[in-house]
Ligand binder design. Sequence first.
Ligand code: DX5
Ligand code: ZN
Length: 227
Amino acid sequence: MAQINPSILSADFARLADEAEAVRGSDWLHVDVMDNHFVPNLTLGVPVVESLARATDIPLDCHLMIEDPDRWAPQYIEAGAGSITFHVEAAAAPVRLAREIRAKGARASMALKPGTPIEPYEDLLPELDMLLIMTVEPGFGGQAFLDIMLPKIRRTRELIARHGLELWLQVDGGVSAATIERCAEAGADVFVAGSAVYGAEDPAAAVRNLRELADKSSAVAWWACEH
Ligand code: DX5
Ligand code: ZN
C-alpha cells in the first residue's frame, strides 16, 4: 500500500503538535531540515525534531538538506527520527553513513537532486532502506512537479526489481492529486506532500485521497503486477 508522508514545511511552525494531529492516519511525518548552505533556505534543527517526536505518535521521516550529514545524522536519530534521508551530493561517505544510521536503529535513506543520476549508485542500493528522488529542486515547498523525473523513477524501480531489493522509493516535491498517479505508475511507493496536504481544508482527508489515487495507479502498474 502507498505511504503518504505529509511535509510539515507547509504547516504552521508555531503549532506543530496540532499540525501533526491534523494528519492522523499518515504513515510518517516528513520533516525538512535545511541549513541555508546545501539549499538556499533555513528551517529547523535537532531541538525541534526532539520536541516533535515527543508530541506525536507518527514516526518522523527526517529529510536532511544540509552540508555534512555524516556529522549531523546521528543527532537526529537520538532526537527521535525513525528514518533519516541524507543527500548523496552532500555526504562524504554515503556507505559508511548509511551503515551508521542503520546501526543506530533508524531507516537509512539517500536522496538525489533532480540533476543527479541513479546509475552511479546501483551497487549502493542494498545499503539503503529508501531512496528519495526529488521531483523539484530542494529548498522550498509549493514548487511545480518536474515531469522529466518520471524516467528516473522508472529506471530506479527497474533496478530495485532486478536486484530483488526491499527498498522503498520516495518522491518529494510537487506531489498532489494531479501528479501522484504518474509517480505511482512510474514506480514510487512513498509520497511526500506538503502544500497538497496542509493547503487543503481537511488535511487528513487530503492524505486519504492521495493514498487512494496512488493505490489505484500502482495496482495496475507494471512494477507491482510482477509480484
Ligand atoms: C522541498 C522539500 C519538500 C517540500 C515539498 O525541498 O524537500 O519536502 O515540503 O513541498 P510540496 O509538496 O509543496 O512540493
Ligand atoms: Zn523533503
